[in-house]
Design a protein around this ligand. Structure first.
Ligand code: NAI
Length: 710
């Protein structure tokens, strides 16, 4: 009989199970606890061994076998992953819901894997644990599915930190089975013989329980509530009465790897690939439990990184991705979104894939419908899908202009509209637009992309006002991250450092219920975060406001009109118009917008040499404690030359020429250097656009901004 492909994703349960302290103690006795572990065996101050969880949901385990229609004659419990969200109370009702999340095909002769996932909640309302079970089915391989990803657990090349010897009794399975797994293989000698064994065998999960006790006793003695995760692979069977050794290596703070050996034959690994994670459950962490997030373009790059982290922190995620090419041409594919959903589920999260195109209104509707049909609502929308069609302006044909507008700008409109409707009705929502430095500041060859990206800024400005009353906050992120969109745009050194994960904390903060702002734009990348805004200078009133001024009168006041000194940011149009009328009745004085001196400072230096002359005076000795660096500048072009700047012992020495041992060397053209030093060219932009090359210790070059207040 073949595996039932339709069973994937079908809900199983909910199953409920009442339990009392006696069940927890029965389990503890079944996995070898006794007077030496009285905290698990005596109702006074009783605690529950976390691995009790898997024994308590045995019904779900058998359902994975039944629903997948595996050949029951050839199945074994292959792997078990338990993620603990909250300590297990000593009594109550457990409610478990699950689904089969995947099948893997190891080949006709090698068999198949059925992966099932379930979540268990307690009658006190808390989510207690997630279980991911892999059932190995010897007789179901060769159905043409994909093979399982190879996951290896690294064991340190040294003696274990703890070796725990245990002797499960010859009758142990008879006691353990009373906790739920009453399969005859562990009790009935005849059945065991028919199944090819000399006699009944130990339950793998019973040995697993022994291991759990050993991990608790050595890593978090008396504090089972600190267990966060326990994962392993069952590799060999064991007869009751055979002693075992549990080997434990601490690998880092809060993490250990472990395995169980047959102590009569140290070569024989009974349970392998063990992982144990432990530590306090952070009380104040930002979470998204019971929230539903839609992320467009989440099959790769930034969207994937957002999806994984949101799911890890409790959100139910709609992973949308058309799976198209970088320029949006050709047919889409379901695999990028599908893969991310599998990753999320494998890590214990909840997600559903959607393959619609954001560029059409129907696509947008259907993405939101997927969220409503699967999870019942939408709380978070991240408009992230994107393509590129870069060309210099005269080569920018209408189809390339339109394709980029359709995905970025119209795409955000298409998905946001139906999502906003749901958010407005429920009185809560978080919407993220994704803009770009190309839109905020401009980038050669990207007129289409810059226009679409900055249009999203305007979209946010107005939607934030419409959402304000309903607690729908709309913010925008301008990321900088390595992805297929940037692989040939960024210099290799920047690409290397720009993991999408660096952008995630900013976007996730803006998506959280703790986000206090709406209508803000943030740059985020490589650990740097800052806000970008549209600001307006005080300007000048030309004439009296009654008669129309002529062009010469405006030209005469251009310095004051252009100055950004005392510039301010407006939350909405009305505020700005209000200031226009105030200015007419009381015109800003010349100094308010910056007189000649202010203008001078803003325009900066008139020669490269002047910058280096000014450097000692601009040196911020207070920021130079413990700093020992030499910056070498190589300035090309007219007025350029070589200068070194050595910082040591809180002092700064500038010399012309080349230093023997620079910490890093900055190479830039004279014009760009002057633009950078007078604040017109942000250093990060100079670097990412290739105008500024940095050799040597790139990270140290980031000190320059702190060390000099130019
Ligand atoms: P990416 O190419 O890795 O991811 C974009 C995803 O969007 C792809 O998986 C693609 O299949 C999907 N997509 C494209 N068109 C779609 C459509 N019509 N419907 C549904 N999905 C579609 O790129 P990356 O870098 O992760 O980009 C994410 C967003 O961030 C984009 O909006 C991009 O413009 C923006 N951005 C990225 C920057 C960076 O440094 N990586 C810089 C500034 C902005």
């Amino acid at each position: 009989m073949a595996l039932n492909m339709n069973a994937i994703g079908e809900k199983i349960g909910p199953f409920s199970k009442d339990y009392s302290w006696k069940d927890a103690v029965l389990y503890a006795l079944g996995v070898g606890a006794g007077f030496s572990n009285l905290e698990y065996c005596y109702e006074k101050d009783l605690k529950v061994i976390p691995s009790f969880s898997i024994a308590a949901i045995f019904d779900m385990l058998s359902q994975f076998g039944i629903k997948s229609e595996v050949n029951l004659a050839g199945i074994l419990h292959g792997e078990q992953d338990l993620i603990f969200h909250n300590p297990i109370p000593t009594e109550g009702t457990l409610t478990t819901e699950g689904e089969i999340i995947n099948y893997y095909d190891k080949g006709k002769k090698k068999g198949a894997l059925v992966v099932g996932k379930s979540e268990t909640r307690h009658s006190n309302g808390q989510k207690l644990f997630t279980s991911i079970v892999t059932v190995f089915s010897r007789l179901d391989g060769g159905f043409g599915g994909e093979n399982a990803p190879k996951i290896t657990v690294e064991f340190p090349d040294r003696e274990p930190d703890f070796v725990v010897e245990e002797s499960p009794g010859a009758d142990q399975p008879l006691l353990y089975r009373l906790s739920g797994d009453i399969f005859p293989l562990h009790a009935d000698p005849e059945f065991a013989k028919i199944s090819g064994f000399e006699k009944p065998i130990m339950h793998g999960l019973c040995t697993h329980g022994y291991a759990c006790r050993a991990l608790l006793d050595n890593l978090i003695p008396g504090e089972p509530e600190k267990a966060r995760r326990m994962a392993c692979r069952f590799s060999k069977t064991l007869y009751p009465g055979v002693p075992i050794k549990i080997l434990i290596w601490k690998t880092e703070e809060g993490k250990a790897v472990w395995r169980v050996l047959n102590a009569e034959n140290d070569e024989l690994v009974i349970i392998d690939n063990g992982i144990f994670e432990y530590g306090d459950i952070p009380k104040d962490e930002i979470r998204y439990d019971n929230q539903v997030a839609i992320i467009t373009g989440a099959g790769a790059g930034l969207g994937r990184a957002y999806a994984l982290e949101l799911a890890k922190r409790g959100a139910k995620v709609v992973v949308n991705d058309l799976g198209g090419s970088r320029d949006g041409s050709g047919k889409g594919s379901s695999s990028p979104a599908g893969k991310v959903v599998k990753e999320i589920k494998k890590a214990g999260g909840e997600a559903v894939a959607n393959y619609d195109n954001v560029a059409t209104p129907e696509g947008g509707e259907s993405i939101v419908k997927t969220a409503l049909d699967t999870f019942g609502t939408v709380d978070i929308l991240i408009n992230n899908a994107g393509i590129l069609r870069d060309k210099s302006f005269l080569k920018m044909e209408p189809e390339n202009w339109k394709a980029v507008m359709d995905v970025h700008l119209n795409g955000a409109y298409n998905v946001t509209r139906p999502a906003f409707k749901v958010m407005k009705e429920k009185g809560y929502g978080r919407i993220i637009m994704t803009t770009s430095a190309a839109g905020l500041y401009g980038n050669f060859g990207q007129t289409n992309y810059s226009s679409a990206k900055l249009a999203l800024f305007g979209f946010m400005n107005t939607l934030k006002l419409e959402g304000q009353k309903y607690d729908v906050k709309v913010n925008t992120v301008a990321p900088l991250a390595a992805s297929r969109l940037t692989e040939d745009v960024m210099p290799p050194e920047v690409f290397e450092k720009s993991k999408p994960e660096f952008v995630v904390p900013m976007t996730l903060y803006l998506c959280s219920d703790r986000c206090p702002v709406t209508g803000n734009v943030y740059n985020a990348g490589i650990g740097c975060f800052n806000r970008a805004a549209i600001v307006t200078g005080p300007g000048a009133v030309v004439g009296s406001g009654d008669e129309i001024p002529d062009v010469d009168a405006v030209a005469a006041k251009m310095k004051q009109i252009s100055s950004l000194k005392n510039a301010k940011e407006y939350f909405q149009l009305n505020d700005q118009v209000g200031d226009v009328f105030t200015a007419l009745s009381s015109p800003p004085e010349e100094g308010a917008a910056g007189g000649d001196d202010a203008e001078e400072a803003a325009s900066g230096f008139d020669s490269v040499a002047a910058v280096f002359d000014a450097m000692p005076g601009a040196f911020n000795a207070g920021a130079a404690g413990g700093v020992d660096v030499v910056f070498q500048y190589i300035i090309a072009g007219s007025g350029g030359g070589d200068w070194s700047c050595a910082i040591k012992g809180g002092a700064c020495t500038i010399e012309s020429g080349k230093h023997d041992k620079p910490t890093c060397t900055l190479k830039i053209d004279a014009g760009d250097f002057l633009a950078m030093m007078s604040g017109k060219l942000p250093p990060m932009q100079a670097f990412s656009s290739g105008k500024l090359a940095i050799e040597g210790d790139i990270m140290k070059s980031q000190l320059i901004e702190k060390l000099f207040k130019m």
